[in-house]
Design a protein around this ligand. Sequence first.
Ligand SMILES: [Zn+2]
Length: 147
Amino acid sequence: GVVVDRKVYHGARFHAGEVGHIPLDPDGPPCGCGKRGCAEVFLSYRRWQEGASEELLKEMAERLAHLCAITLSTLDPGLVVLGGPLAEATGEKLLEEVRKRLPRYALKVHEPDQVVLSPFGRDAALLGAGALAASRFVDSLAFEEVM
Ligand SMILES: [Zn+2]
Protein backbone atom coordinates (compact mmCIF):
# COMPACT_ATOMS: atom_id res chain seq x y z
CA GLY A 1 0.00 0.00 0.00
CA VAL A 2 0.87 3.64 -0.28
CA VAL A 3 0.53 5.97 2.70
CA VAL A 4 0.62 9.71 2.06
CA ASP A 5 0.35 12.18 4.94
CA ARG A 6 -0.67 9.32 7.27
CA LYS A 7 -3.56 8.29 4.98
CA VAL A 8 -3.82 5.28 2.71
CA TYR A 9 -3.73 6.30 -0.94
CA HIS A 10 -5.87 3.86 -2.97
CA GLY A 11 -5.38 5.24 -6.48
CA ALA A 12 -7.95 5.80 -9.23
CA ARG A 13 -8.65 2.03 -9.58
CA PHE A 14 -7.87 0.94 -6.02
CA HIS A 15 -4.53 -0.56 -7.06
CA ALA A 16 -2.02 1.95 -5.72
CA GLY A 17 1.05 0.23 -4.34
CA GLU A 18 0.51 -3.01 -6.25
CA VAL A 19 4.22 -3.27 -6.89
CA GLY A 20 4.15 -7.08 -6.89
CA HIS A 21 2.99 -6.99 -10.49
CA ILE A 22 5.72 -4.74 -11.81
CA PRO A 23 7.55 -6.93 -14.35
CA LEU A 24 11.19 -7.23 -13.34
CA ASP A 25 11.87 -9.63 -16.22
CA PRO A 26 9.28 -9.57 -19.05
CA ASP A 27 10.65 -12.92 -20.25
CA GLY A 28 10.48 -14.45 -16.78
CA PRO A 29 8.11 -17.08 -15.38
CA PRO A 30 4.35 -16.59 -15.77
CA CYS A 31 2.45 -14.76 -13.04
CA GLY A 32 -1.12 -15.30 -11.88
CA CYS A 33 -2.03 -11.89 -13.32
CA GLY A 34 -1.36 -13.14 -16.87
CA LYS A 35 1.95 -11.31 -17.40
CA ARG A 36 5.46 -12.70 -17.05
CA GLY A 37 8.27 -12.00 -14.63
CA CYS A 38 6.32 -9.95 -12.10
CA ALA A 39 8.12 -9.10 -8.87
CA GLU A 40 5.94 -11.43 -6.85
CA VAL A 41 6.93 -14.41 -8.99
CA PHE A 42 10.52 -13.91 -7.84
CA LEU A 43 9.83 -12.65 -4.33
CA SER A 44 7.27 -15.12 -3.01
CA TYR A 45 7.39 -16.87 0.32
CA ARG A 46 6.51 -20.13 -1.46
CA ARG A 47 9.68 -19.84 -3.53
CA TRP A 48 11.68 -19.27 -0.34
CA GLN A 49 10.05 -22.29 1.35
CA GLU A 50 10.89 -24.50 -1.62
CA GLY A 51 14.54 -23.53 -1.94
CA ALA A 52 15.84 -21.41 0.91
CA SER A 53 19.56 -20.88 0.46
CA GLU A 54 22.17 -18.16 0.60
CA GLU A 55 22.19 -18.00 -3.21
CA LEU A 56 18.41 -17.56 -3.37
CA LEU A 57 18.52 -14.90 -0.66
CA LYS A 58 21.03 -12.90 -2.71
CA GLU A 59 19.02 -13.28 -5.91
CA MET A 60 15.88 -12.15 -4.12
CA ALA A 61 17.76 -9.22 -2.59
CA GLU A 62 18.92 -8.16 -6.07
CA ARG A 63 15.38 -8.18 -7.41
CA LEU A 64 13.95 -6.54 -4.32
CA ALA A 65 16.56 -3.76 -4.46
CA HIS A 66 15.50 -3.17 -8.08
CA LEU A 67 11.84 -3.05 -7.04
CA CYS A 68 12.58 -0.73 -4.11
CA ALA A 69 14.45 1.63 -6.45
CA ILE A 70 11.47 1.73 -8.81
CA THR A 71 9.24 2.58 -5.87
CA LEU A 72 11.65 5.20 -4.54
CA SER A 73 11.97 6.87 -7.95
CA THR A 74 8.23 6.81 -8.60
CA LEU A 75 6.92 8.02 -5.25
CA ASP A 76 9.94 9.42 -3.36
CA PRO A 77 8.59 8.03 -0.09
CA GLY A 78 10.22 8.55 3.28
CA LEU A 79 10.33 4.78 3.76
CA VAL A 80 9.81 1.58 1.82
CA VAL A 81 8.47 -0.96 4.32
CA LEU A 82 8.96 -4.67 3.66
CA GLY A 83 6.34 -6.93 5.21
CA GLY A 84 4.65 -10.28 4.78
CA PRO A 85 5.83 -13.86 5.21
CA LEU A 86 8.99 -13.56 3.08
CA ALA A 87 10.20 -10.50 4.98
CA GLU A 88 9.36 -12.21 8.26
CA ALA A 89 11.19 -15.43 7.32
CA THR A 90 14.32 -13.75 5.97
CA GLY A 91 14.28 -10.69 8.26
CA GLU A 92 17.43 -8.69 8.77
CA LYS A 93 19.46 -10.93 6.42
CA LEU A 94 17.33 -9.99 3.40
CA LEU A 95 17.11 -6.37 4.51
CA GLU A 96 20.89 -6.12 4.80
CA GLU A 97 21.39 -7.62 1.33
CA VAL A 98 18.77 -5.28 -0.19
CA ARG A 99 20.39 -2.25 1.41
CA LYS A 100 23.81 -3.29 0.04
CA ARG A 101 22.40 -3.54 -3.49
CA LEU A 102 20.12 -0.49 -3.46
CA PRO A 103 22.77 2.05 -4.61
CA ARG A 104 23.17 0.03 -7.83
CA TYR A 105 19.55 0.81 -8.78
CA ALA A 106 18.42 3.89 -6.84
CA LEU A 107 19.24 7.54 -7.40
CA LYS A 108 21.84 8.99 -5.03
CA VAL A 109 19.19 11.05 -3.24
CA HIS A 110 17.83 7.81 -1.79
CA GLU A 111 19.49 6.13 1.18
CA PRO A 112 19.63 2.38 1.85
CA ASP A 113 18.19 2.92 5.33
CA GLN A 114 14.96 4.14 3.71
CA VAL A 115 14.17 0.44 3.31
CA VAL A 116 12.95 -1.05 6.61
CA LEU A 117 11.16 -4.15 7.91
CA SER A 118 7.55 -3.97 8.98
CA PRO A 119 7.02 -4.78 12.65
CA PHE A 120 3.88 -6.71 11.64
CA GLY A 121 5.52 -9.53 9.65
CA ARG A 122 3.06 -11.95 8.07
CA ASP A 123 0.14 -10.23 9.81
CA ALA A 124 0.66 -6.99 7.84
CA ALA A 125 -1.95 -7.74 5.14
CA LEU A 126 -4.51 -8.93 7.68
CA LEU A 127 -3.99 -5.89 9.88
CA GLY A 128 -4.21 -3.60 6.85
CA ALA A 129 -7.49 -5.19 5.73
CA GLY A 130 -8.89 -4.80 9.24
CA ALA A 131 -7.79 -1.19 9.45
CA LEU A 132 -9.33 -0.47 6.04
CA ALA A 133 -12.65 -2.03 7.08
CA ALA A 134 -12.61 -0.10 10.36
CA SER A 135 -11.87 3.19 8.60
CA ARG A 136 -14.71 2.61 6.12
CA PHE A 137 -17.07 1.90 8.99
CA VAL A 138 -16.03 5.12 10.75
CA ASP A 139 -16.37 7.04 7.48
CA SER A 140 -19.89 5.65 6.97
CA LEU A 141 -20.87 6.75 10.47
CA ALA A 142 -19.57 10.25 9.80
CA PHE A 143 -21.49 10.35 6.52
CA GLU A 144 -24.73 9.33 8.31
CA GLU A 145 -24.26 12.14 10.84
CA VAL A 146 -24.08 14.71 8.04
CA MET A 147 -27.24 13.32 6.38
ZN1 LIG B 1 1.73 -10.36 -12.06
